[in-house]
Design a protein around this ligand. Structure first.
Ligand SMILES: Nc1ncnc2c1ncn2[C@@H]1O[C@H](COP(=O)(O)OP(=O)(O)O)[C@@H](O)[C@H]1O
Ligand SMILES: [Mg+2]
Length: 322
């Protein structure tokens, strides 16, 4: 069998304009390229939303054929924190840029994994080599980057990708790969992705192995995501006070191998969007939050989910069933 390339690599954007969503950020990055000027940057945000992709694409636009010499990508959690700063970064930073480039770019992924001491060392390195080198620090939370670094950087906050951003890229990939993607399948991809493009692309590639005609069911199954209509039905049944029926629905999802905290996370997502009176939404959220907290504290997941269903029945249900 032929080995397939990983699509997240195959479809890594080569140009900033190929980065889907994040429009304001991309426009700013494009203007750095145009002015051939770059401050140090912090890219913060959740996984799979294009932080690395944007940095790599921007570097391609800055350097064209000297890209490999002038751009390097390191992961702060790969190696032993401070060693990365002391050696790898210094070695790269202290040699002159190649060609007619004015500076090199170092992309440091998971910079928030560095200890404060390592970050202080990094700050000194940034200052020392700022004549020849620009840093892009990627992290989940910019608050985990020490203040002296933050104040030397322009901070860009990447957001979970919108429905449109995921859908347009998924469609492009599906077209290129010769897959059929119905509107239902497209909706399923964006739902299971939770705004994470890596998740969307991986789900699409896994589904494509099964069939070139992508079906929503495949995508839910591959990602162990409950169908949104099933989760909504679960909430509605519980709120109608139909305890045993709701327990059945919950059991069906768990039997499919969907984890308790996944079901809870989906209940939360859908509850926000449900068309119910505000007061009911407050009660619903309060109880979902309570269950989440208990599970995080180590309580038995299944018991807590059953108890959540029970409490929804008690609060909302007027029925005498069960
Ligand atoms: N906004 C985006 N537009 C297009 N592709 C994206 C986008 N975000 C992520 N990807 C795809 O998902 C993969 C992982 O994205 P990456 O940039 O490494 O995410 P992050 O660094 O934010 O965790 C990339 O290789 C790319 O194929
Ligand atoms: Mg990344």
């Amino acid at each position: 069998m032929q080995r397939e390339a990983i699509w997240t690599e195959k479809y890594r954007p080569r140009k900033l304009e190929e980065v889907s969503g994040q429009e304001t950020i991309i426009r700013n990055l494009q203007s750095y390229v145009k002015r051939r000027n770059l401050p140090h940057l912090i890219f913060s945000g959740p996984a799979g939303v294009g932080k690395t992709a944007a940095a790599v694409a921007m570097a391609h636009e800055f350097y064209a054929d000297t890209w490999a010499e002038n751009f390097t990508e390191l992961n702060a959690s790969d190696e032993r924190g401070i060693e990365v700063v002391r050696n790898t970064i210094k070695n790269f930073a202290r040699t002159m840029p190649i060609g007619n480039a004015a500076f090199k770019i170092i992309f440091l992924d998971e910079a928030d994994a560095l200890t404060d001491a390592a970050q202080s060392a990094l700050r000194r390195t940034m200052e020392r080599y700022s004549g020849t080198c620009r840093f892009i620090l990627s992290c989940n939370y910019s608050s985990k980057i020490i203040e002296p670094i933050q104040s030397r950087c322009s901070v860009y906050r990447f957001k979970p990708l919108s429905y449109d951003a995921i859908a347009s890229r998924a469609k492009y990939i599906a077209d290129t790969e010769g897959l059929t993607l119905s509107d239902d399948a497209l909706r399923a991809i964006t739902y299971v992705s939770m705004g994470d493009m890596r998740r969307a692309i991986n789900a699409l590639q896994s589904a494509a192995v099964l069939s070139s005609e992508i079906k929503p069911e495949m995508l839910y199954e591959i990602t162990a995501t409950a169908r949104p209509d099933e989760v909504e039905a679960l909430i509605e049944t519980a709120m109608a006070g139909e305890f045993l029926d709701a327990l059945d629905k919950l059991g069906v999802m768990i039997d499919k191998g969907i984890s308790g905290d996944e079901i809870l996370a989906q209940m939360h997502r859908l509850a926000i969007k449900m068309d119910i009176p505000a007061r009911q939404k407050v009660e619903l959220m309060d109880r979902i939050g309570e269950t989440d907290y208990r599970i995080t504290e180590g309580a038995n997941e299944r018991i807590q989910l059953d108890a959540l269903i029970a409490s929804l029945c008690l609060v909302f249900g007027s029925s005498e069933q069960g």
